[in-house]
Design a protein around this ligand. Sequence first.
Ligand SMILES: [Zn+2]
Ligand SMILES: [Zn+2]
Length: 215
Amino acid sequence: MLEVYKLTLGQLNTNCYILYSKVSKHCVIIDPADEASLIYEKIYLLNLKPKLIVATHGHFDHIQAAAELKLFYKIPFYLHKKDLFLLRHFRKSAIRFTQIDPGPAPEVDAYLDKKIAFGEIELSVIETPGHTPGSVSFYSKRAGIIFAGDLLFYGGGVGRYDFSYCDKNKLFRSIRKVLKLPKETLIYPGHGEETNVEFEQVCHKHGLLRDITEG
Ligand SMILES: [Zn+2]
Ligand SMILES: [Zn+2]
């Protein structure tokens, strides 16, 4: 019995998701975007026990509350190894985009591997690179949900691929991979509203999915 609570945080309106088990009350914090106090408050009100902080990728707007939450809950923070380089630009990027100094980058305690599991919560870590080299999606087949970060957005939107380290081909390939999941799979993106595989398949029918063999 997994539940999802969404908070939209920070100047870039980034979605932070609290994924929790109704039974054990264990929770994982996905993309601790900003405003740690609001995340803390919700976790407190829901009476949850945080176990882990993870990020779909290393962009500053998805991890600005990670350091504070780590300190507060004494729980680890996981990121994909290939996005570690982004942490070197964390502080500078945040200041450039928001004019606010977020403090030092959060420390990464472990690299994301194939799975995250604790209590009855189990998530597959699917590599979905392109927006950044180390972008991942967190998928629960059982619950029929996927947290896709900045891979794709409601109504046929795709993640940015105009930074020097982006890879448009990889991004499109990653989107196709996710759109092959069961139709009813709910997609929770890094910005904006939820969507699902079936709807996005329709949105991409004349574009990305036109030639599925292309890669
Ligand atoms: Zn991003
Ligand atoms: Zn983002």
